[in-house]
Design a protein around this ligand. Structure first.
Ligand SMILES: [Zn+2]
Length: 271
């Protein structure tokens, strides 16, 4: 699933091809994404100049003078800049056609992604207004984390996946950051000390930044905006490595089903 580093990698990749370009038309081959692509979107977007491409959590925002397109890549989505003449396949559901002859092509085999539109302030949109701080911003600190974890009995791994507490940290990077911080995914969130919160915040930031430098992680079919895979997978310490030796102490990495998602940890390095 594209998480923050994959979405930010996509943002950086498409930005130079998209900002300042005029949208000439929209091709919607299949509007049935997680939410239906609004029928009015073509009317709203055609003729508009894209003024910026920003990210909030795992959402990409394409701003124009008339409003903002809000994109989410779901479980398996990718957004690429391709020549319009390049044939689309059955998973290429939407093309945002630009005056450069390129188009921004949304591909999403599992169709959990979305493309929505708002004329209002996008950060107040119902999907965005309740998002917690960006993990790479100064608002996300050890003090903040300790404060919001207080009294929570849920495990720390699930707690980190709650986008109302921190935006955009998904299962891969939550597991990796917990390894880096020496904390077991099953630990009750409310039992984590202030010092451990400081360590965890640093671990989350460093994990995300390292993944960003590698262009994200390729799991299933993530590709960046030029169709290249991310290279962070080679650097994963625990995620997807059950029964393989811990990279620090050689104890086999354990897999545990935790809620809907797998947790991976080293029973020796993580307490
Ligand atoms: Zn270990």
């Amino acid at each position: 699933m594209p998480e923050l580093p994959e979405v930010e990698t996509t943002r950086r990749g498409i930005e130079p091809h998209v900002v300042g370009r005029v949208v000439t038309r929209l091709v919607v081959r299949n509007p049935r994404l997680r939410w239906r692509v609004p029928a009015k979107l073509e009317r709203e977007l055609a003729g508009q100049t894209i003024t910026s491409v920003t990210r909030r959590g795992k959402y990409l925002l394409l701003a124009t003078a008339a409003g903002t397109a809000i994109l989410h890549l779901g479980m398996s989505g990718s957004l690429r800049v391709v020549a319009c003449s390049q044939a689309a396949d059955k998973y290429d559901h939407v093309d945002i056609v630009l005056d450069s002859g390129d188009c921004l092509r949304l591909r999403d085999p599992r169709r959990f992604g979305s493309l929505l539109w708002t004329r209002d302030e996008p950060l107040r949109h119902k999907l965005l207004r309740d998002l917690g701080p960006e993990p790479l911003s100064p608002d996300f600190s050890g003090g903040y984390l300790h404060e919001i974890l207080r009294g929570r009995r849920r495990n720390i791994r699930d707690t980190l996946l709650d986008s109302r507490l921190v935006a955009g940290v998904g299962n891969i990077y939550a597991n990796e950051a917990l390894f880096a911080a020496g904390l077991r995914p099953t630990r009750p969130a409310g039992k984590i000390t202030r010092t451990q919160c400081d360590r965890l915040v640093t671990a989350i930031r460093e994990t995300l930044l390292r993944a960003l430098r590698a262009g994200g992680t390729t799991l299933r079919d993530f590709r960046d905006s030029r169709g290249r895979p991310g290279y962070f997978q080679q650097s994963l310490k625990v995620y997807g490595r059950e029964d393989e030796p811990c990279r620090r102490c050689h104890t086999p990495v354990r897999l545990k089903r935790l809620g809907q998602r797998s947790a991976f940890y080293c029973p020796k390095c993580q307490r």
